[in-house]
Design a protein around this ligand. Structure first.
Ligand SMILES: Cc1cc2nc3c(=O)[nH]c(=O)nc-3n(C[C@H](O)[C@H](O)[C@H](O)COP(=O)(O)OP(=O)(O)OC[C@H]3O[C@@H](n4cnc5c(N)ncnc54)[C@H](O)[C@@H]3O)c2cc1C
Length: 402
């Protein structure tokens, strides 16, 4: 690791060391691209991520999964239960990965273990690192200058992986469309008496989904989407009272529950960048799109972003092209926008169908789940699209190096 104070000239700089930035930097470095990672150490994160099978394949291909696997729990089954008190309620739906010939839809892992595994893999590669935040990013026709505490780097392309409040996005002059929901997600991990049987259970309630996702052993992670006005009362509870309340909301499905330290609170919003790349700056992860934590889409999209830009850069380099040229950025924008926008719309529709009091919307959600339950080919198509989207599978997600 290089200390701030040095100046660099590299081909590409990745700004931000969250999971999307680390995966992108690893992919670029593994492809032989001279890459600079400008990233302060990641802040503590008690959340977990449900990584879909194609994301797991990408991590395996990059040599990072081996370190994750002991801390990850397979997601072999998915159950959706309508826990609303509405007139029209959806039937229970149960999906099993075995129906589409897979061992698991994916794996759930605590973010701290995922980040540690990615940091470990990055440290084994030829990847220069500045362990400080970028302070300014300025692009011109020949390159991009990134200023950080104590130094300046000059590169042909910047990959902005600096999260929802992205400095890189602002530097590229890219605006966003943002809509806040009247909901807050409470996250925590918990231990329970009964085995989860590798099954993720999603209760659909009037305030949003309440989702228990397996962790190794008799532990699970919880994402509980609440009315924003109800969140403070739940958060103020002692561990014991909160454990009891969560057990009640889970209908004692997993027996007695004990919450672990590390509660997270995330106001729900959807935000999409007006462009995913411009002015020698490409955006990945939450710098490009924030998706509500429903249906495990956010980071899976972010990893596809990172894998795609690494692949496009490696291709451009093989063809002796400027890796920050407009045609490279247009290709990235085109490849990623449709995937991100379609998933954002799907999550938004599902969330709004729960919040609304509009009966036809409840009927439509119920009918969709009924059809998904009853029609085999539709079920299997939905499951396959969930784990590995047909239209946007960069090489890493297919098990090939960039
Ligand atoms: C409750 C909840 C549950 C979720 N569950 C799932 C799930 O199960 N599956 C899934 O796929 N997704 C999930 N997500 C979404 C997922 O957490 C995000 O998509 C993911 O964390 C975004 O990663 P990122 O690397 O893009 O951004 P971040 O994790 O925000 O990382 C950005 C990094 O950039 C750094 N940074 C910021 N500014 C600068 C700067 N100027 N210079 C250098 N570095 C900078 C920050 O320090 C940070 O380390 C969930 C989200 C929430 C809120």
């Amino acid at each position: 690791m290089n200390e701030p104070g040095n100046s660099f000239t590299a081909e590409a700089a990745v700004v931000g060391g969250g999971p999307a930035g680390l995966v992108c930097a690893i992919a670029l470095a593994a492809a032989g691209v001279d890459t600079l990672l400008i990233a302060p150490p990641a802040a503590p994160d008690h959340r977990t991520t449900a990584l879909l099978a194609s994301s797991v394949t990408a991590l395996e291909t990059l040599g990072a999964w081996q370190t994750c696997v002991a801390n990850a729990a397979p997601l072999k089954k998915l159950r959706i239960l309508d826990d609303t008190q509405r007139l029209l309620r959806a039937p229970e739906v149960f999906f099993a990965a075995a129906e589409i010939g897979l061992d698991a839809f994916g794996y759930n892992i605590e973010n701290r273990h995922l980040i540690a595994a990615l940091e470990d893999r990055a440290s084994g590669l030829r990847l220069s690192r500045i362990a400080a935040p970028a302070l300014a990013v300025a692009s011109d026709s020949a390159g991009v200058t990134v200023t950080y505490a104590g130094g300046v780097a000059r590169v042909a392309l910047v990959i902005g992986a600096d999260g929802a409040r992205s400095l890189c996005r602002a530097a590229a002059g890219i605006g966003t469309r943002r809509r806040a929901y009247p909901q807050t997600a409470l996250t925590l991990n918990l231990a329970h008496d009964r085995a989860h049987a590798d099954t993720s259970t999603e209760f659909h309630t009037e305030s949003g989904p309440f989702t228990l996702v397996p962790l190794p052993g008799r532990r699970s992670s919880l994402v509980c989407v609440l009315d924003e006005l109800d969140a403070p009362e739940l958060l103020a509870k002692s561990d014991e009272a909160l454990s009891g309340e969560i057990e009640r909301r889970a209908h004692s499905l997993l027996g007695k529950m004990r919450v672990e330290p590390g509660r997270g609170v995330f106001p729900l919003a959807v935000e999409t960048a007006g462009a995913f790349a411009r002015e020698r700056i490409a955006l990945v992860g939450e710098a490009a799109h924030v998706v509500p934590p429903i249906g495990a889409q956010g980071l899976n999209l972010g990893l596809r972003d990172g894998a795609t830009i690494a692949e496009i850069v490696a291709d451009a380099r093989r063809d002796n092209l400027d890796i920050g040229a407009p045609e490279v950025l247009v290709r990235y924008d085109t490849l990623r926008r449709a995937d991100a926008v379609s998933r954002t719309i799907a999550v938004d529709l599902l969330n709004r169908s729960l919040l609304t009091g509009f009966i036809p919307a409840h009927a439509l959600r119920g009918l969709s789940l009924y059809l998904a339950d009853r029609i085999g080919p539709l079920r299997r198509a939905l499951m396959r699209e969930g784990v590995a989207p047909m239209a946007s599978q960069p090489r890493l997600m297919r098990g090939e190096m960039v």
